[in-house]
Design a protein around this ligand. Structure first.
Ligand SMILES: Nc1ncnc2c1ncn2[C@@H]1O[C@H](COP(=O)(O)OP(=O)(O)OP(=O)(O)O)[C@@H](O)[C@H]1O
Length: 237
């Protein structure tokens, strides 16, 4: 796939509402956000401020209503379902609950994702790429383990391997370290950071975890549905 040179995400004047009629409530207000290839953007903000809603709009998991939201060169506002589905397939998702399939081994979980994205690979190539990816996240000796035999941090690493194996140009991560102890959380984000820089993947990561702020290039803050000023990490105390 050709690497992206323009912003991977380009959002202008985005509003979002939930509900109908008298119950209609505005959740996002006039959002502007650009994310460039290889950039790691952390999104923080209080519970209920709209972070997950924005993430799911960028991920083409719900339809945007007002404004402009371009993801990997595709306009998502008023987009037909096929375009949303096609964008969805180009994004790597890492969520807190890792969502591994319990009846499949680590290798099978990762390989299944690769199969969905790369139909031109032979079985041998699929298997090699899967193993290389699991080795890259430090699970070379756990490749044939089922999720129940892995720790929380190891399962989250499988989820990262699964999200990255097809070399997506955008990763969306919603609190990937929330369920992990400090050391595992740190390891996870460092793996993501390393792989992102190597593959020029852009990452938008929602977090409440102050221990990982230094892995980002930029922090944006959501408050009451509004994105507040972006801060350069270097400027933080
Ligand atoms: N499907 C929905 N229908 C109606 N309201 C919703 C829906 N999803 C979210 N909301 C409301 O939208 C607001 C923003 O929720 P959202 O989940 O985006 O916040 P958040 O910042 O991700 O919170 P948290 O940090 O707790 O995950 C909340 O007031 C929530 O109740």
């Amino acid at each position: 796939m050709k690497p992206f040179t323009s912003p991977v995400v380009n959002i202008k004047k985005l509003d979002h509402y939930f509900g109908q009629g008298d119950l209609r409530k505005q959740i996002l207000f006039n959002i502007h956000l650009k994310i460039h290839p290889g950039e790691i953007v952390l999104m923080m903000g209080p519970s209920g401020s709209g972070k997950t809603t924005l993430l799911t709009l960028i991920g083409a998991l719900r339809s945007p209503q007002n404004g402009s939201i371009e993801v990997l060169g595709n306009q998502l506002c008023d987009a037909p379902t096929e375009r949303l589905v096609s964008v969805r397939r180009q994004i790597g998702y890492i969520f807190q609950g890792h969502n591994l399939l319990h009846s499949l081994t680590a290798r099978q979980n990762v390989q299944m994702s690769l199969q969905l994205h790369a139909d031109s690979l032979t079985d041998k190539e699929l298997s090699e790429r899967t193993a290389t990816m699991l080795e890259a996240v430090g699970l070379g000796d756990r490749i044939d383990y089922y999720p129940e035999k892995l720790s929380g941090g190891q399962k989250q690493r499988v989820a990262i391997a699964r999200a990255l194996v097809s070399h997506p140009q955008l990763i969306l991560a919603d609190e990937p370290t929330a369920a992990l102890d400090s050391k595992s959380g740190r390891d996870i984000v460092e793996i993501m950071q390393h792989l992102a820089k190597e593959q020029q993947t852009a990452i938008l990561l929602v977090t409440h975890d102050h221990r990982i702020l230094d892995v980002g290039d930029r922090i944006v803050r959501m408050e009451d549905g509004r994105l507040m000023r972006a801060e350069a990490i270097a400027a933080l105390p």
